[in-house]
Design a protein around this ligand. Structure first.
Ligand code: HEM
Length: 521
């Protein structure tokens, strides 16, 4: 089996995966004449013509290589919105990438003109070299895409959420029990909840800890997938370079692609084959998305190929765990920062449960304030602040600017969360903002149009469930200084595709003595 050391993977840590860093890693001698010649040709051939979409001024040939937002994409795009308006264009080595930074541009192109703007770009590195094209997030808008959506819906659509209630309850009790035993490790307990719930829903495997081998494999796959898609690989800008042999100076991406491909394939096949062996041995404890679809496939009743089914399972698991863990951790931060919001939610929960039981999914309608908190967490700290890249299948225009066919574009959902026309005092965490319908529920944090997140209903139900369980049993407070004054943590977030709050201090205590009887059975 391949291992990172085979390929000196250390080159590819987060900081070295953006284009400027990749180039900086090359010794001058490695930037060989053929590579420079190819860049030049590509630039001459592909350089923008006609009315230009505004953007930072670039350099000859390399264009905006050094403006590429590899870290803090959302904040960088917010800065561009102020400077350039709703559209900002970067041109890197002759290839244009469009950044949508205003709610109007995003909803116009991704929602109203969804049939034009719902393809994914043809990324040479992630798709052709790493084999990610079979995964739903990279699948183009066509037959396979529609089929994948259709049978993901059988598990994830709002009308099927009740089927997951027993699983949420079991995982939720385990989460409360862990918080009760080791309250300083909440981050770990919340992440275990997300990973284990998704693993059980998709494959039927339980994760007792966050270092469960399935969780580790999936986390590594997700990290590689993230690097592969947004790493800014030189072959995505100059596709013919994919033909360079691995020994060629500067073609280290070839070895990386081999490693990534092997890992992604392992993630697609390994858990699937394990489900098969467990079914055969009669040791599969519960049904899952994988087991149900596998049986249907083996009985010849499935209209789809096995590859399509197992890759869909991988995409579901990959899309579900890190995003929901991020949302849960942001919820904890919001509660530490806003004791009055927490107290109001606890009073609402108690009025429904009488403090005698844990909340249920059916209580959601009776807990509108907690529901608003959930939406406010998604808005205040959007877990996926920038969409995956989209591509238009035909030429179009916006505000008089021509958007040529096959343009790659990403949209800042974060910019909508902070738009003053959408939300009053957008930096404030205020669940009451949705009280009288003057402000819209931020459903847009799950994206727009055909590429909208298929797990959106599941994610809301999951965060509601976690929030209700935690607040029914515990109270969060800030740490105190030596004089007993609260130290409110600063809300800081980091990450590329999925953003998480940076570590912060907190206290968490059971709400009353003996509360553990609610969740210990
Ligand atoms: C807090 C939780 C979540 C958030 C904020 C979130 C957000 C998003 C966003 C913004 C996108 C990209 C949309 C675009 O490219 O335009 C996306 C795509 C996706 N999400 Fe989620 N998501 C969450 C949870 C989930 C869950 C629970 C699942 C599955 C069980 C899931 C599966 C996916 C998949 C498969 C895609 C790719 C869709 C496509 O390419 O068409 N996500 N998500």
């Amino acid at each position: 089996m391949l291992s990172p050391s085979d390929f000196d993977i250390s080159r590819f840590d987060i900081s070295s995966l953006d284009i400027p860093a990749q180039l900086a890693l090359l010794k001058p001698v490695e930037i060989s004449i053929p590579v420079v010649a190819a860049c030049l040709l590509a630039w001459v051939w592909l350089r923008p013509r006609g009315k230009k979409i505004p953007g930072p001024k670039g350099w000859p040939i390399i264009g905006n290589l050094f403006d590429w937002p590899s870290e803090y994409q959302a904040e960088t795009m917010a800065g561009w919105q102020k400077l350039y308006g709703p559209l900002t264009q970067l041109s890197v080595l002759g290839k244009d990438v469009l950044f949508l930074t205003s709610p109007r541009a995003i909803s116009e192109l991704f929602a109203k003109r969804a049939s034009t703007f719902s393809d994914r770009p043809k990324l040479v590195f992630s798709e052709q070299m790493c084999g990610m094209n079979v995964l739903h997030p990279m699948t183009n808008f066509g037959e396979d895409f529609k089929n994948q959506r259709k049978f993901m819906k059988e598990v994830l659509a709002a009308e099927h959420l009740r089927n997951h209630e027993a699983l949420l309850d079991e995982e939720g009790r385990r989460m409360l029990q862990s918080i009760f035993q080791t309250p300083n490790d909440c981050d770990r307990h919340l992440r275990r909840f997300s990973s284990s719930f998704s693993l059980r829903m998709v494959y039927g495997f339980e994760a007792m800890e966050i270092d469960d081998p399935h969780v580790l494999l999936a986390e590594e796959m997700m990290q590689l997938a993230e690097y592969a898609v947004i790493g800014g690989w030189i072959v995505d800008f100059i596709p013919p370079l994919k033909n360079l042999p691995a020994w060629f100076p500067g073609a280290g991406f070839q070895k990386t692609a081999v490693y990534y491909r092997a890992k992604i394939l392992e993630m697609i096949t390994h858990p699937w084959e394990e489900v098969r062996s467990k079914i055969a041995a009669g040791t599969m404890k519960s049904e899952s998305f994988a087991s149900l679809n596998m049986k249907k496939y083996e009985d010849g009743k499935h209209p789809y190929t096995e590859t399509l089914i197992k890759a869909t399972a991988t995409a579901m698991y990959g899309g579900a765990s890190d995003t929901t863990a991020s949302a849960a951790w942001s919820f904890m931060l919001a509660m530490v920062l806003h004791p009055e919001v927490q107290a109001k939610a606890q009073a609402e929960i108690d009025s429904v449960t009488g403090g005698q039981r844990l909340p249920r999914m059916s209580d959601r309608a009776s807990m509108p304030y907690l529901d608003k908190i959930v939406w406010e967490v998604f808005r205040w700290a959007p877990p996926v602040p920038v969409t995956l890249p989209h591509r238009n299948r035909v030429q179009d225009d916006f505000d008089g600017f021509v958007i040529p066919k096959d343009t790659t574009m990403v949209a800042s959902l974060f910019s909508i969360t902070r738009d003053e026309e959408f939300h009053n005092d957008p930096e404030e965490f205020n669940p009451d903002r949705y009280e009288d319908d003057t402000e819209r529920i931020p459903w847009y944090v799950f994206g727009y149009g055909h590429r909208r997140c298929p797990g959106a209903d599941m994610a809301q139900a999951q965060l509601f469930h976690q929030a209700a369980y935690i607040l029914s049993s515990f109270t969060l407070t800030p740490l105190n200084d030596k004089d007993g004054n609260p130290i409110y943590p600063e809300a800081k977030f980091a990450g590329k595709m999925v953003r998480h709050p940076e570590p912060f201090g907190y206290n968490i205590k059971p709400r009353w003595a003996g509360i553990e009887t609610l969740f210990q059975d």
